[in-house]
Structures are given as structure tokens and as C-alpha cells.
Design a protein around this ligand. Structure first.
Ligand SMILES: Cc1cc2nc3c(=O)[nH]c(=O)nc-3n(C[C@H](O)[C@H](O)[C@H](O)COP(=O)(O)OP(=O)(O)OC[C@H]3O[C@@H](n4cnc5c(N)ncnc54)[C@H](O)[C@@H]3O)c2cc1C
Length: 485
């Protein structure tokens, strides 16, 4: 019979800490998923006692930590990889979108996003592109890793790399510490406030805070750095990467999805290619994540073989680098005080507690059909499938004045029932359409900064996160360099 055990552990400080609401299970296999094993209670050392602990060290998490630390809090940041940056560095995704509204004239995003861009510019590690509306940035994400190290160290934050958050430690229902696993074993980090920037909502899920996953999750993509595409183009003037990899005349062609690519700044002929996609997997499930990693790499090889056999004159392997992790677009979201909706976003609804502004279009990578759908603030929409004509239309009637940007409210970062936990990045509460827009990094970055400032304000006034005064939050963010509208 299935046993579900709640485990008690105690710290060296003598605290008897109730471990979590989920049991430490060993999943035996797919058919026998509910088999469990009982872990012995044990004492674990406390690695640090701090004010604010950020879990997940992508730009979202690092920006949360930096904002809180610069305000004077003692901060720790916990990251599973050996470097910061999340999807940008571990997944190789190297584009930050426009920081202007859709007129291309009014700047709506600044803060740590532009600070990091300026720092990278000094190293020639960023290209500024100017499409019709506003600019976007192509980053050398290896340089970004080092820049994030420096940001963290300059702010006096205690970094925990190669460290996985394992479980929440609650006392009288309140989160007082987290257990992590690292090279030293299992340790605890005590803090007064926490930010869940894990992308997958690991903290909120393991605390039992309300969360949800959509039936159709946007599929993950294994990116790759492909070398020699300019050379191929030189020798084959009609060559199109987008056409080649999905062309059914090649037996190993990729299933129709979507492909985009961007040159790697500072590299001779290296291009970051995001063209694979693994359908029907939930990457917050350990077994499905493993499956997605292997299938993603298989697809990269298929793509490279098409190039090698049909276009590279010396049949050389064009693969220069694979990411440390598959790029995950979507898994779990927190149920927060407000769910941002697509209608609110695309109608440019203004919120009194707005902490972020954005213009990136609604961009849904379909889980149940090829291609993707874009919806814009001007009321238009496009369905794009590789090697097919775009299907254009309108998602709403024309209006006298189109909104030029949208906003994210603070309430979408405050999980229902939480007193000292905030979420940022992918985990925020948004419906499928709104999420399709706000999930990009220039937006996630702002949610990180807001969570860091809000956690600091809650700490400063010893109050629950829900009681953070929105006016005070916005004023403090503005003083720290954010554009608050
Ligand atoms: C293929 C692809 C292409 C994309 N293209 C773009 C693009 O061009 N431009 C753009 O702006 N956005 C793009 N996006 C979206 C964007 O990259 C992500 O939505 C965004 O980076 C999410 O940020 P995040 O901080 O929420 O999550 P993540 O970047 O996933 O960061 C979460 C971090 O938490 C860490 N973590 C997770 N669990 C734990 C744990 N238990 N313990 C310790 N650490 C943990 C992870 O290691 C990771 O570093 C793309 C996404 C994908 C997948």
C-alpha cells in the first residue's frame, strides 16, 4: 500500500522543523509512481541566516537579489547551475526585446536591464538591433554569466551555485528556512522573506501554496550554436535555414514548429538557433524533463545532419555548442491575488500597482499544432507556420487609439495565502495569452526587481507581502532606476 510520510527534521540550532507537505519519494518507474521510501529525520547545518533568500538565479532571481541587497538587506541567492542567468545562459537564449513602447520613441523599461546592457556594451558583448518599432539586444550570454557574477558580488550577496532548493521548512505554518542540497550535503538557509524565481514554482508547489498548470504548456526547445551558416549561405545563395530543417524531403526533417536564430556577438560565424521543440512534455516533472533533454538533443543532431550532408561542402559537423539545459517556456504558475489576462495586456490596462511595462507581443508556441500565433497591441494577429504563407487577421476591431504598451501589477507576484513569499519570472499569474507576452526576459527582469524591492519593504516594516504599499513600492523602484508609469 502507498505510504506518504511527513518527515520531521531538526537543525543544529535545535529547532524542530516540520519538513514540508510533500514526502521525499523515490519514483520507481512510470507504472509504480506512488511508491515511497521513508527518509530518516536528521539535523542539518544552517549555511546562513539572512533577511531575504531568492531561489533561482536567472536574471530574474539575480535582479531580485541585487535590488534587495542594494537597499540594505542581507541576501542569499540559490542557483542549481554553476552560473547565473537561467534560460539566457543555461539555455543559450540571447535576445532581450524592446525597451521602448510600440511608437519606438518612449522608453518604458530601464533598471537593471539597461544597466546590464550598458555593462555588456563595454565588453562589446551586445549588439543593438533596430527593427521598425524600438530596438532589441543580442547578447553574448557567456559574457552575461560573468557580468551577473560581478553584479552579485558587488552587491554583497551570498551566492549558492550548484545548489538545489529541496524543500521548505515551516514553523507554525510559516516558511522560516529552506533545505538545499549542494556538494557539502544537505544544508538550511534561514530567511525572513523568500522569492520563488525557479521558473517552475518549486518553492510554492512544495509549500502547498495554490498553483496551476495549463492543459497545453508551451513546448520546450533545445537551442544550439551552429557554426558556419554564413559560409553555407555564401556557397548556396538560396539557402534558408528555416526551409531546410523543416523540408519533408529530408527523412530526418524536424516536425513543423518554428525556428529563429541570432548571431552570437563577438563570434566569427556562430549562430544561436532555436528550432527544435519537444511536444507534450511537462518539464517540471523529473522524468519528462529527462525525456525532453534527450529528445531535444536528438532533434539538434537531425538538424545538423541535414546541414552537413546537404549544404556543408566538406561535410563538417556544424554543431559548436549545446546548452546546459533545455529551454523551458512554461510549466507551473502561482495562483496570485490577480491573474493578468490577455485582454488586460493587449488593451494596455493601467494598474495602480504596476511594477513592469512591456510591448512584446502575445507569442504562443502551440502545443497542439505547428507554428505560433502572434497578437499585437494594434489589434492585429498572425499565425505563422514554417514554409507556409502567414495567416493574418485581427483579434479585435480597430479603435481610435491603440495602446502602446501593457503593464504587470504587483498583485500578480503575490501568491494567495503567502505571508513572506513572492514569485517572479515565469511563475507569475497570467492567463495563456497574457503569459505569451510577459514571459520574455525584459519583462521577467522587471518582476524580479519588483519582488526584490517588495521583499525589502515588507522586511523593513515587518509586514506580510500582501500589505506592501504599492505607492511605496513604485516610488522605491523608481528611485532605484526603474521606469514607473
Ligand atoms: C527556446 C526559448 C526561446 C526564448 N526566446 C526568448 C527571447 O528571444 N527573448 C526573451 O526575452 N525571452 C525568450 N524566451 C523566454 C524567456 O527566456 C523565459 O521565459 C525567461 O528567461 C524565464 O525566466 P525565469 O527567470 O522565470 O526562468 P528561468 O530562466 O528558467 O530561470 C530559473 C532559474 O532557477 C533555477 N532553478 C530552478 N529550480 C531550482 C531549484 N529547485 N533550486 C535551485 N535553482 C533552481 C534554474 O536553474 C534557473 O537558473 C525564450 C524561452 C525559450 C525556452
Amino acid at each position: 500500500m502507498t505510504r506518504r510520510e511527513f518527515i520531521k527534521t531538526s537543525s543544529v540550532a535545535g529547532l524542530c522543523l516540520t519538513f514540508n507537505r510533500y514526502s521525499a519519494t523515490v519514483e520507481q518507474n512510470e507504472e509504480n509512481r506512488m511508491n515511497t521510501i521513508c527518509e530518516e529525520p536528521r539535523e542539518i547545518p544552517i549555511a546562513i541566516e539572512c533577511d531575504i533568500c531568492v531561489i533561482g538565479g536567472s536574471c530574474t532571481g539575480v535582479f531580485a537579489a541585487v535590488r534587495a541587497a542594494r537597499l540594505g538587506a542581507k541576501v542569499a541567492v540559490v542557483e542549481g547551475n554553476g552560473f547565473f542567468g537561467g534560460v539566457a545562459t543555461a539555455g543559450l537564449v540571447n535576445i532581450w526585446h524592446s525597451i521602448y513602447d510600440t511608437t519606438g520613441e518612449k522608453q518604458i523599461i530601464a533598471g537593471l536591464t539597461t544597466e546590464v546592457v550598458e555593462r555588456l556594451k563595454k565588453r562589446r558583448a551586445v549588439l543593438v538591433r533596430k527593427p521598425s518599432a524600438g530596438s532589441h539586444f543580442v547578447l553574448n550570454t557567456e559574457e552575461l554569466k560573468i557580468e551577473l557574477d560581478e553584479l552579485v558580488m558587488e552587491a554583497g550577496i551570498r551566492p549558492f551555485l550548484h545548489t538545489r532548493f529541496v524543500s521548505p521548512i515551516l514553523k507554525d505554518g510559516e516558511l522560516t528556512a529552506i533545505a538545499v542540497e549542494d556538494k557539502s550535503g544537505r544544508r538550511a538557509i534561514k530567511a525572513s522573506y523568500f522569492v520563488d524565481a525557479t521558473g517552475d514554482g518549486d518553492l510554492i508547489a512544495r509549500m502547498g501554496l495554490p498553483s496551476y498548470k495549463r492543459d497545453h504548456l508551451q513546448p520546450p526547445t533545445m537551442c544550439a550554436i551552429i557554426r558556419g551558416l554564413a559560409e553555407i549561405k555564401k556557397n548556396h545563395p538560396d539557402f534558408s535555414l528555416n526551409q531546410a530543417v523543416f523540408d519533408p524531403k529530408y527523412p530526418n526533417a524536424l516536425k513543423k514548429g518554428f525556428l529563429w536564430s541570432a548571431r552570437v556577438p563577438g563570434a566569427q560565424d556562430d549562430t544561436m538557433v532555436a528550432g527544435t521543440r519537444v511536444f507534450g512534455v511537462d518539464c517540471s516533472d523529473a522524468d519528462q524533463l529527462t525525456k525532453a533533454e534527450i529528445e531535444g538533443r536528438r532533434q539538434v543532431r537531425a538538424m545538423c545532419d541535414i546541414l552537413r550532408k546537404n549544404f556543408a561542402d566538406d561535410e563538417s559537423v556544424p554543431l559548436a555548442a549545446l546548452p546546459a539545459r533545455i529551454g523551458i517556456r512554461e510549466t507551473r504558475h502561482a495562483r496570485c491575488l490577480h491573474q493578468l489576462t490577455e485582454i488586460e495586456a493587449l488593451n494596455g490596462k493601467r494598474f495602480p500597482d504596476a511594477i513592469a511595462n512591456g510591448t512584446y507581443r502575445v507569442d504562443i508556441h502551440h502545443a497542439d499544432k505547428p507554428g505560433l500565433t502572434f497578437r499585437y497591441l494594434d489589434g492585429t494577429e498572425v499565425y505563422v507556420v514554417p514554409n507556409e504563407a502567414n495567416k493574418t487577421g485581427r483579434w479585435r476591431d480597430e479603435v481610435s487609439e491603440d495602446p502602446t504598451f501593457y503593464q504587470i501589477p504587483y498583485r500578480s507576484l503575490v501568491p494567495k495565502g503567502a505571508t513572506n513569499v513572492l514569485v517572479a519570472g515565469r511563475v507569475v499569474d497570467a492567463d495563456a495569452g497574457a503569459y505569451g507576452a510577459i514571459r520574455v526576459m525584459v519583462n521577467c527582469n522587471q518582476t524580479g526587481e519588483a519582488a526584490g524591492v517588495a521583499a525589502y519593504l515588507a522586511l523593513d516594516e515587518s509586514k506580510p507581502v500582501v500589505e506592501v504599499d504599492a505607492k511605496e513600492l513604485r516610488k522605491t523602484m523608481q528611485k532605484q532606476g526603474a521606469i514607473i508609469i
